[in-house]
Design a protein around this ligand. Structure first.
Ligand code: MRU
Length: 353
């Protein structure tokens, strides 16, 4: 997607260096960070410089490729295994991260000989990133058919191009509809505690000239009650074999409200997000993050400099689950690169076959 007239992906590989848009500094500063080796890339995933399921999947694949490029020939496969272990431990919920690590590692292992293993690791990581961008583009084409002129869409968190390699998952249909000349407006819940909606989704939509309004997460029920939402589209971090969806905390609340108010709700995600080894959402690992994210708010001070302030009493306990699970029964469908399918076991089995 374009920023100030120039095309970018959220994360890419240049030689042995991973480059990425530093998502912690948006919307106040647009900075490209350079990650010279796999530990630096793993740390960028862990500290959320790179975030969003598709983007961390691509970054994880690139990190394994960086490990392949730098591991000594004598201990090549042990070094690769150790790098993969650390990269897998960065964040637990997004399936794309584990998928990318397995794919890059196994092609390197299958290559047998070190020089060939290095080359196939890089090629596979690049192919996975390209596939994520292509899937996001196809998701946009399929999903745009759901959006009539004037549609009012509610999304959650950031499932735009920053969260994928390009285009986005939930936002890709909106970008496609916009480019096809339809006016679509978007409700953007702030998405506490890290505010990916207010910081990242709002920034992306502004860059693309899409009409949008930021609301506090607590305003969502009222939007449904006033009949101000025509359609919900969110992304996913992991989809179970039965269609249950793990996505940013707050998604389940939105799904419950959408169901109550009979507003269609779609989850947009590439097939790589589906984990057939998770029979239901109950077995999806849910990341729990530092309580400091709940106790503090970060942004730019009036002089433009980054600032963090405490909003809760220091002695109060807090709890910070990063994702929740929406049961498939609350969803209208899944928007995938293979088309729009029901969120159920039969449809998932067919599309994954
Ligand atoms: O914790 P984050 O910011 O990585 O969470 C991201 C989300 O929950 C997105 O909605 C999700 O990754 C789907 S978009 C690819």
């Amino acid at each position: 997607m374009r920023v100030s007239g120039q095309s970018y992906r959220s994360v890419w590989l240049e030689g042995a260096v991973v480059k990425a848009i530093d998502q912690r500094r948006l919307p106040h500063e647009f900075v490209i960070t350079e990650l010279p080796d796999w530990p630096a890339t793993a740390e960028a995933i862990r500290n959320m410089t790179i975030r969003g399921a598709g983007a961390i999947g691509a970054a994880a694949g690139f990190a394994v490729a960086q490990a392949a490029l730098t591991a000594s020939a004598s201990e090549f496969f042990q070094a690769m295994d150790e790098a993969a272990r650390v990269i897998r431990a960065t964040r637990p919920t997004a399936r794309d991260l584990f998928y990318a690590v397995e794919q890059v590692l196994s092609t390197a292992q299958r290559a047998g000989e070190v020089a060939r293993a290095r080359q196939s690791a890089v090629e596979t990581a690049q192919a996975l990133a390209d596939a994520n961008a292509a899937a996001a583009e196809a998701i946009g084409r399929h999903g745009a058919e759901l959006l009539r002129d004037g549609a009012r869409v509610l999304t959650h968190c950031n499932a735009g191009w920053l969260a994928m390699v390009d285009w986005g998952s939930a936002l890709s249909p909106i970008y496609h509809a916009r480019r096809q000349g339809r006016q679509v407006s978007v409700w953007v819940p702030e998405t506490r505690p890290r505010s990916q909606g207010a910081k990242l989704t709002a920034w992306e939509l502004a860059q693309e000239g899409v009409t949008h309004t930021i609301v506090a997460d607590t305003a969502v029920g009222s939007l449904f009650q006033r009949q101000q939402v025509d359609l919900v589209i969110v992304g996913a971090d992991r989809i179970a074999a039965n269609g249950d969806v793990a996505n940013k905390i707050g998604t389940y609340t939105i799904a419950t409200l959408a169901h109550l108010h009979r507003v269609p709700m779609y989850v947009a995600a590439p097939l790589s997000t589906i984990d057939v080894d998770c029979a239901t959402g109950q077995t999806i690992p849910i990341e729990e993050r530092s309580v400091e994210e709940v106790m503090l708010v970060s942004g730019a001070a009036s002089d433009g400099r980054p600032a963090t302030v405490r909003i809760a009493p220091e002695q109060s306990p807090a709890f910070n689950p990063a994702f929740d699970v929406t049961p498939a029964s609350l969803l209208t469908g899944l928007i995938t690169e293979a088309g729009i399918i029901p969120a159920d076991s039969a449809a998932i089995q067919t599309v994954m076959a």
